[in-house]
Design a protein around this ligand. Structure first.
Ligand code: GLC
Length: 481
């Protein structure tokens, strides 16, 4: 009960920390001293660099670390204020995911239609999944003894999926990392969150030393594993007793990232929203956007990051798992609003995806096997195509095809206000024609509205697909097309 309350408090803190930069970015400048541009890259070059990511739309997050052994949230050390010695003697010394097979992780992502995979190389607990020279706190020093990042990268490359590194800016293990409101050593009673208390807790700690350590880690990751496609820095707790971009020397961190990996795509959690190029995409977390996110009035690339259940790391007893139809809807909804979806799996302490995750991934595989054409390379429908009730539309601009996702399967007929724009229609899962019924030229004697609009004639029985999709060829009025 007590743990639940703390968790609720924490998700609020995390949400505020992530939402605030977005709000401030829309509302004006928070840091007038920051230059608008820090890398010198043109907007065109950036758009080109991100073309594959915008096209692919769907990725997998993998959260794996010592917390997977505790199996009750990746923030467990902070949520339960666990001292270092206890955490390490229980989890570090027992970390041995003997069933871990990075190829199997990546194969599951690929089957589900995901095109990129982002692994937590280090989460907030500070434990490194690679054989770093910067610390002993790494997987190669545990009973497991393997460089998980290396195995992961090799598996992604073999499978032809893009490689992403999540890297936590926070580090609860490093002695120089200052205590903030997310840290396991913060005062447990909020009333004790005072200047004096944080100053006392942070006496002798030196963020400059921590930054050197962090930069060295980033250098290793970005030079030791070949081409990295995405780097996901996470995150800046914006609070009086939190951090800002200055704590990370974020401007230099972005420049370093660009130097070492010129094509890598960077997320937006370095507290650099006042710059135009200190981030590539925004990251609405566990939240379905209502409209295409904007920054300073302009639509920006975005990716919603979501868990299957309520935790990123493996959480044995958590049961708020999203269903397959909910996940399909989330994916389609994201694409129809111009964004990407990254779905998270937290492997078990033995290194495998558990049955609940596997079941969801299998459901997504089934759906994507037939319907991925309505996802890849797609975005919102053009003006003039209003989604009929119970449907979501996506559109492939290049192929000029419109996709009608039937979440609320109609009874035999789908009236369409934009029927005159459709040349041909078929079900996507089996390529069978869906007949177009033009509007009637006479008044209906039975008082129904069927004839008035015209529409698509569907089988009464819903096809055996979680969400059937109709693929429509859109008439091209422009002669050049
Ligand atoms: C939040 C959480 C973190 C998770 C991340 C993924 O920042 O602190 O646990 O890794 O979101 O987006």
């Amino acid at each position: 009960m007590c743990a639940m309350n703390r968790r609720t408090v924490f998700s609020l803190v995390a949400f505020a920390a992530i939402a605030m930069p977005l709000l401030s970015a829309n509302g004006g400048e928070e840091y007038p001293e920051l230059p608008r541009r820090i890398t010198g890259e043109t907007d065109e070059a950036r758009a080109e660099r991100m073309a594959w990511w915008r096209h692919d739309r769907f990725g997998m997050f993998i959260h794996f670390g010592l917390y997977s052994v505790a199996a009750r949230h990746e923030w467990v050390k902070s949520l339960e204020y666990i001292p270092d010695e206890e955490y390490d003697s229980k989890y570090f010394s027992r970390f041995d995911p003997d069933l871990l097979d990075a190829k199997a992780w990546v194969a599951a992502a690929k089957r589900a239609g995901m095109k990129y995979v982002v692994l937590t190389t280090k989460h907030h607990e500070g434990f490194c999944l690679w054989d770093t020279k910067t610390t002993d706190y790494k997987s190669t020093n545990t009973p497991f003894g393997r460089d998980i990042v290396r195995e992961f990268v090799d598996a992604c490359r073999d499978a032809g999926l893009k490689v992403g590194f999540y890297f936590s800016l926070m580090d609860w293990h490093h002695p120089d990392y200052t205590v903030d409101i997310g840290h396991p050593r913060r005062p447990q009673d909020k009333r004790d969150w005072t200047e004096e208390n944080f100053a006392r807790l942070n006496a002798g700690k030196d963020m400059a030393r921590f930054r050197d350590f962090m930069f060295a880690q980033v250098r290793e990751l970005l030079t030791g594993y070949g081409k990295i496609d995405i780097i996901w820095y996470d995150f800046t707790i914006k609070d009086k007793f939190g951090k800002t971009y200055k704590d990370w020397n974020a401007v230099e961190l972005v420049r370093l990232t660009r130097r070492l990996q010129p094509t890598a795509i960077i997320d937006s959690r370095l507290d650099l929203m006042d710059t135009d190029d200190g981030w590539d995409f925004v990251t609405p977390e566990q939240f379905k956007v209502q409209s295409w996110p904007t920054v300073r009035g302009k639509r920006v690339p975005w990716e919603t990051c979501q868990t299957f259940s309520g935790s990123w790391g493996y959480y044995r007893d958590e049961e708020t798992w999203k269903s397959v139809p909910q996940l399909v809807e989330l994916l389609v909804h994201s694409v129809s609003h111009g964004g990407n979806l990254i779905l998270d799996v937290g492997p078990t302490a033995r290194g495998e995806f558990d049955a609940r995750a596997t079941e969801r991934l299998d459901g997504l595989s089934r759906w994507m096997h037939w319907n991925s054409r309505s996802i890849y390379g797609c975005g919102p429908a053009p003006d003039g195509f209003d989604a009929p009730h119970g449907t979501i539309l996506t559109y492939n601009e290049k192929a000029k095809r419109l996709y009608i996702h039937l979440f609320d399967y109609p009874m035999g007929f789908l009236p369409l206000a934009f029927l005159d724009k459709i040349e041909y229609a078929q079900f996507l899962h089996d390529g069978s024609e869906v007949k177009i019924q033009p509007p009637a030229t006479h008044h209906s004697q039975s008082g129904d509205q069927k004839g008035a609009l015209g529409g698509l004639v569907l089988p009464v029985k819903k096809p055996a697909v979680d969400c059937p999709v109709i693929e429509c060829w859109v008439k091209q009025t422009n002669k050049e097309n």
